[in-house]
Design a protein around this ligand. Structure first.
Ligand code: NAI
Length: 652
């Protein structure tokens, strides 16, 4: 397949011609006007010179250019073709006319491919007498950078045509995915349109494009925000594709916003204004990171996962191709289905259900594949299987649930009726769970949370109240509490805590030893040990050292602080809406897992050396508590506290 004819020298045609010429093909580029051809050649030359300047061209620019001929005579060009790629305007009549001419003039064995985004391949093929040799070969803009093509089967196309097209695509350096049926939007656009539609809905609901894009970039890890992509592709192009697939039966309620923008000429980067304003062609939008938690990223990906499930269940695309298409075609950092497995298929389903009941729209109808997955407990990493199989293990250490979720450990304090208070079993369970995670080479990070409405309400007062003598407390601290503190102080893996509710006393103080603290908007912190006559050793030693003098006020009054105050104090890193706390933790697991394990270890070791400095004062603090135990103050304080708390809970 030496001679390639590329028909249409516009945005896509010139790029495709360049890709083919760079791969050593003799290319004939066809258009209807000389000026279009000249412009195309100028663009190709500019691009080749850039490559050459960067040292990425193995031959002379002139040699590559020498392999591209231009002509307005399609019939003549067709005669010498070994393979044809059509990239003329997106108009069925024009394309059918071009294919008729190609059919009449190309050798019988020549494959005619089309780069159409929206027209059924079968409609184009029917203009020819070789329907078995007409195929979709869908490039992405710009073809020089996005090394992926979607190969779309026409209804009457032969397997031989598919085989030869795959071979051709590989020979020009492209990776490929196969779309088994000629469905509107094929694979990537079908999934993209779901993402775009939901992003537009969020804006219709009052969110700013920056908020949607911040969630996409800083939480989903996409290289560009959704609206940045639309601006880059052209608001009109997206609008057009959206309308065409809707016409062909895809259930999407069109967005008014995008229609108004097209009418008003706000077409994106190319007009300097779209969802963002641009100075210069390649300007980038400003997307502040601080907005990342204003939008739930599940909203953005749930409809896309639903669409992917539809494609897979209907045998249109394989799981592997869905992943490859989104990674290569849209630069997703990992596959869409892998993301779904990370977040949990149940979470995706819940998001869709909520959208369905809020809007009543058919497009949120949950695909049976997702339903079946949830019904059979294939929830993703959290159950050991979703779209993929994951390493999973669940162990209970007393009131502590340890789950290995492939690359991280989820540790849940599970005494919800006692607000996950730290009794002996909880201290020991937490330590054992942490040690288990530390030993497991697969585990790259630990996430700790509490079941129910509390993270952890601190030391179990009932246990403390039972101490009669100095040795009771001493033993407790030495044998029960200290080992956990020691473990955390020398831990080599990142520990992320999800503070879902109350974090009091020891429950608050443990957070001082974790690395990343994510709090729900409803979280509340306090160190009330002073009120019961005990001292808060971690808060008043390590805590003051890490957070500064301001913590003293809370140690000395037992006053509660909300998540915002805790964030100002430096205890909390991120505040998220309550329903997003788990997914925010999962996102951070992903972020910390990007580091090489040895780097993580080195960083943690350095922190450990710093923490060691506080060890002596921590020991002093512990000693102070132990000294207090046999005193009358301690007994009285404890009794008063328990009574007061009971009264408060009873609403007295
Ligand atoms: P374009 O408008 O930039 O280029 C189309 C070219 O076709 C023009 O130069 C036009 O003069 C030429 N043309 C029209 N009638 C012709 C004929 N009878 N014979 C020869 N040339 C003719 O359009 P663009 O964006 O390059 O799109 C081309 C095709 O690629 C369309 O089918 C489109 O759906 C598809 N596509 C576009 C993408 C994009 O991002 N622009 C991405 C992927 C596919």
């Amino acid at each position: 397949m030496k001679n390639v004819v590329v028909v249409g020298a516009g945005t896509m045609g010139h790029g495709i011609a360049e890709v083919c010429a760079l791969a050593g093909r003799e290319v004939t580029l066809v258009d209807i006007k000389d000026e279009f051809l000249e412009k195309a050649m100028q663009k190709i030359e500019w691009s080749l010179r850039k490559l050459s300047e960067k040292g990425r061209l193995k031959e002379r620019v002139e040699d590559v250019l020498g392999r591209i001929k231009t002509t307005k005579n399609l019939a003549e060009a067709a005669k010498s073709a070994d393979f044809v790629i059509e990239a003329v305007v997106e108009n069925t009549d024009v394309k059918r006319e071009v294919f008729k001419t190609l059919d009449e003039n190309c050798r019988e064995d020549v494959i005619l491919s089309t780069n159409t985004s929206t027209i059924p391949i079968t409609d184009i093929a029917s203009a020819t007498s070789r329907q078995d040799k007409v195929i979709g070969l869908h490039f992405f803009n710009p073809p020089m950078l996005i090394k992926l093509v979607e190969i779309i089967k026409g209804e009457k196309m032969s397997d031989e045509t598919l085989r030869r097209t795959v071979e051709f695509a590989k020979s020009i350096g492209m990776d490929y995915v196969v779309v088994e049926k000629d469905v509107p939007g094929f694979l990537v656009n079908r999934i993209n349109l779901r993402v775009f539609t939901e992003a537009l809905r969020l804006v219709e609901e009052g969110h700013k494009p920056e908020e949607v894009d911040a969630a996409a970039r800083y939480r989903l890890g996409l290289p560009m925000g959704i609206f940045e992509v639309i601006d880059f592709s052209g608001v009109d192009v997206v609008y057009y594709v959206m309308n065409e697939v809707i016409k062909r039966g895809v259930k999407i309620k069109p967005s008014k916003i995008i229609e108004e923008m097209v009418k008003g000429g706000r077409l994106g980067m190319k007009t300097g204004r779209g969802f963002y304003e641009y100075k210069g062609i390649y300007g980038r939008a400003k997307v502040p990171k601080s907005l990342a938690y204003n939008v739930n990223p599940l909203r953005i990906i749930a409809p896309a996962v639903n669409e992917a499930a539809w494609l897979i269940r209907n045998g249109i695309a394989s799981k592997e191709d869905v992943e490859k298409a989104m990674m290569l075609g849209m630069s997703y950092p990992r596959g869409l289905l892998e993301m779904a497995d990370d977040y949990g298929i149940d979470a995706i389903l819940k998001t869709l259900e909520a959208r369905k009941s809020e809007t009543g729209l058919e497009e949120y109808e949950i695909d049976p594949l997702l339903k079946e997955m949830v019904d059979t407990n294939r929830l993703g990493k959290k159950s050991g299987e979703g779209f993929y199989k994951w390493k999973y293990e669940k162990v209970e250490f007393g009131p502590v649930i340890y789950e290995k979720r492939h690359n991280y450990a989820m540790i849940t304090m599970n005494r919800p009726d006692k607000l996950n208070a730290l009794n002996e079993d909880m201290w020991i369970g937490l330590n054992r769970a942490l040690l288990k995670a530390e030993e497991d080479k697969d585990v790259r990070a630990v996430v700790i949370t509490g079941k129910g409405r509390a993270f952890c309400a601190g030391d179990d007062i009932a246990v403390m109240g039972s101490w009669k003598k100095f040795t009771d407390g001493k033993e407790f601290f030495e044998k029960v509490a200290s080992p956990l503190v020691e473990t955390l102080m020398s831990y080599t893996k990142p520990v992320i805590s999800l503070v879902n509710g109350y974090a009091f006393g020891g429950g608050m103080e443990l957070n001082l030893l974790f690395d990343i603290v994510i709090a729900s908007e409803e979280a509340s912190f306090a160190v009330p040990e002073g009120l019961i006559g005990a001292l808060p050793p971690i808060a008043s030693t390590v805590g003051i050292a890490l957070l500064g003098r301001k913590l003293a006020r809370y140690c000395l009054t037992g006053e509660q602080m909300d998540a915002e105050e805790a964030m100002r104090l430096g205890l909390v890193d991120i505040i998220v809406p309550a329903d997003q706390i788990e997914i925010a933790g999962i996102e951070y697991v992903d972020k910390v897992s990007c580091l090489a394990p040895l780097s993580t270890k080195a960083i943690k070791e350095s922190m450990r050396s710093l923490r060691k400095i506080f060890k002596a004062s921590l020991d002093t603090g512990m000693h102070e508590i132990i000294e207090l135990i046999p005193t009358e103050d301690f007994r009285e304080g404890m009794a008063a506290f328990v009574q007061k708390r009971r009264a408060r809970w009873k609403g007295e």
